[in-house]
Ligand binder design. Structure first.
Ligand code: UDP
Length: 238
């Protein structure tokens, strides 16, 4: 086994990470490329769980959902994450990695329900566990599900995959002088009003002393480098 900086990680993938350059939905080339990178680190011996978002599918139905009551729309959002989870699970199968989807909402014919001891066993067996349907509750986000499941499974870190390679002093797209933080504490991020995750997710990670690494999922090799302990992305620490 190679030298691993982390043995058990929780990877948060937004639904939008599956879209590529499309307006919504799942882009085949994007998902295949991403799965190849994730499969690489799984083969290094990392125990890896994923919380997947739903923004890519939900965006496609958002016009129809306009004016809907919030809780109902949120349940639609959670169902969208289950579709993404199944797409991920199958993409893993195609590269020879076993993945199991566990859902916070019970849809027995399609996915198994989330049962913590079972999830822990899958991880010990080297299977990828994909957590679907967020927390199972409306008014939350999949970022919060990542903080929650990460805490539950004893992950050493939450790896938050974004399109930007970390947290910056300002928006790097608007300000050419923006500088990436290599590390920042939870307290500093709050005092500087930096958006790392939504407030509920952020508070949970801070309370549980669960560090967060924000990194770019579109940068080839970044995930592997993080697993090897490289100074990649931004580490938010206690
Ligand atoms: N959602 C929810 N409860 C949860 C997680 C998600 O109600 O615990 C709903 C919510 O409507 C959200 C949608 O599912 O907008 C998709 O999740 P999210 O926005 O976190 O996905 P991402 O932006 O990461 O793709």
């Amino acid at each position: 086994m190679s030298n691993l900086a982390y043995k058990r990680v929780l990877l948060k993938l937004s639904g939008e990470a599956l879209m590529g350059d499309d307006a919504y939905g799942i882009n085949r080339i994007t998902i295949e490329r991403m799965i190849t990178e994730i499969a690489d680190v799984v083969r290094m011996g990392v125990e890896l769980a994923i919380v997947i978002g739903g923004g890519n599918i939900f965006r496609g139905v958002a016009p129809g959902a306009a004016g809907m009551d919030r809780a109902t729309a949120d349940y639609m959002g959670m169902l969208a994450t289950i579709m993404n989870a199944l797409a991920l699970q199958d993409a893993f199968r195609q590269v020879g990695v076993t993945a199991r989807t566990m859902s916070a909402l019970n849809i027995e014919q399609v996915v198994e329900p989330y049962i913590r001891p079972k999830a822990m066993r899958y991880l010990e067996e080297g299977k990828v566990v994909i957590f679907a349907a967020g927390t199972g509750n409306p008014f939350f986000t999949t970022d919060t599900a990542a903080a929650l499941r990460g805490s539950e499974i004893g992950a050493e870190i939450v790896l938050k995959a974004t399109k930007v390679d970390g947290v910056y002093t300002a928006d790097p797209k608007k300000d050419p002088n923006a500088v990436r933080y290599a590390t920042i504490s939870f307290d500093e991020a709050i005092s500087k009003n930096l958006q790392v995750m939504d407030a509920t997710a952020f508070a949970l990670c801070r309370d549980q002393k669960l560090p967060i690494k924000v990194f770019s999922i579109v940068k080839p090799g970044a995930l592997k480098q993080i697993i090897e302990g490289a100074n990649e992305g931004t580490l938010v620490h206690v």
